[in-house]
Design a protein around this ligand. Structure first.
Ligand code: FES
Length: 121
């Protein structure tokens, strides 16, 4: 699993601590921006002008540099996001990708649109 807390990565991010609170619920304001470390729930719309970033895995044939650990790339104007949807510095996108309200109904079911602390019937 990629180290989303590494100093090398953190130094490249515009908002590594998810301080723009509108971009995620409080329960996702952590390095992984998630409730469960193994899953990211994020809206796949670039925060620049609304294109769809695509997942680019580690060591992908794209030339994203030898230190690329995987993440999301928006080809429209060249914005990059890490595996937690945090935006890199120096790209057009102004903020991290949006983590919507969501809750886990079980280990295999998720409900998007309802906050974790509100639960579901
Ligand atoms: S819409 Fe994603 S970089 Fe412009």
């Amino acid at each position: 699993m990629a180290d989303l807390k590494s100093d090398t990565l953190i130094a490249k991010l515009r908002d590594p601590d998810s301080s723009v609170t509108e971009q995620q619920p409080a329960y996702a304001q952590n390095p992984n921006r998630s409730i469960k470390l193994e899953y990211l729930v994020v809206i796949g719309i670039c925060t620049h002008l609304g294109c769809s970033p695509t997942y680019v895995k580690e060591n992908d044939p794209h030339d994203l540099g030898s230190d690329w650990i995987g993440g999301f790339f928006c080809p429209c104007h060249g914005s990059f996001f890490d595996l937690a949807g945090r935006v890199f510095s120096g790209v057009p996108a102004p903020t991290n990708l949006v983590v919507p309200p969501h809750t886990y109904l079980s280990d295999t079911r998720i409900l998007v649109g309802v906050d974790q602390d509100k639960g579901a019937a």
